[in-house]
Design a binder for this molecule. Structure first.
Ligand SMILES: Cc1cc2nc3c(=O)[nH]c(=O)nc-3n(C[C@H](O)[C@H](O)[C@H](O)COP(=O)(O)O)c2cc1C
Length: 168
C-alpha cells in the first residue's frame, strides 16, 4: 500500500522526523513538504500521514487547511497524525489533540508526539527571545545556551507509530 507523508516544518526538525518515519514504513512512501512541494493526488495513496510542528500552541495553518480541504477523501484512508514540539508528557499530548480536526483524530490509526528540536542557527531574534523568556520562566538551563542546536527525536514513539501504520 502506498503511503503519503505530508508535513509542515519551519526549521527542519519535523522534516527530519518525517524522513526517519519514512524509513520505518513498509511499501512505497512519498514525503512532501506542504509549503514547498506539489501535493500529489491523495486518492492514489492507501495511507496518509499528516504532521507538523507546534508554534505558540498551534500547528502550521497549511496543515490544518489540508485536513479540512481533503476531509472527505481522508475519511476513506488509513490515517496517521503526529506533531513535533518541545513540550513533553500531557502538554505534548494535549497540543497534538488540539492541533488537528477532531474527526480525523478520532479515526486515526496512529497518533504520536515525535519530540522536536530547537534549531537556533535558523531562528530570528524574535524566536530566540521567546525561547529565552520561556526557558528562564521554566528554569531550563539547557535551553538558555543558544550556541548549539538541540534535536530530541523520540525514536520509540516513531517506532510505535510505524508499527501501527504497518499493520494490515
Ligand atoms: C517561537 C517558538 C514558539 C514555540 N512554541 C511552542 C509551543 O507552544 N509548544 C511547544 O511544545 N513547542 C513550541 N516550540 C518548539 C517547536 O515546536 C519545536 O522547536 C519544533 O521541533 C520545531 O519544529 P520545526 O523545526 O520542524 O519547525 C516553539 C518554538 C519556537 C521557536
Amino acid at each position: 500500500m502506498k503511503t503519503l507523508i505530508v508535513y509542515g516544518s519551519k526549521h527542519g526538525a519535523t522534516e527530519k522526523c518525517s524522513k526517519v518515519l519514512k524509513n520505518k514504513l513498509h511499501g512505497e512512501v512519498v514525503v512532501v513538504n506542504i509549503k514547498k512541494d506539489i501535493i500529489p493526488d491523495i486518492s492514489l495513496f492507501g495511507s496518509i500521514v499528516i504532521g507538523g510542528s507546534i508554534y505558540a500552541g498551534r500547528i502550521q495553518k497549511e496543515i490544518r487547511e489540508f485536513c479540512f480541504k481533503n476531509a472527505n477523501t481522508l475519511k476513506t484512508k488509513k490515517i496517521g497524525l503526529f506533531v513535533c514540539c518541545m513540550s513533553e508528557g500531557e502538554k505534548a499530548i494535549s497540543q497534538l489533540n488540539n492541533s488537528l480536526p477532531n474527526e480525523l483524530m478520532s479515526m486515526a490509526t496512529a497518533k504520536e508526539h515525535f519530540g522536536g528540536g530547537f534549531t537556533f542557527s535558523k531562528m530570528n531574534f524574535f524566536e530566540k527571545f521567546i525561547i529565552k523568556m520561556v526557558s528562564k520562566k521554566e528554569k531550563n538551563a539547557a535551553i538558555v545556551n543558544m550556541n548549539k542546536d538541540i534535536l530530541n527525536i523520540h525514536e520509540d514513539n516513531i517506532n510505535r507509530f510505524a508499527q501501527l501504520m504497518n499493520k494490515q
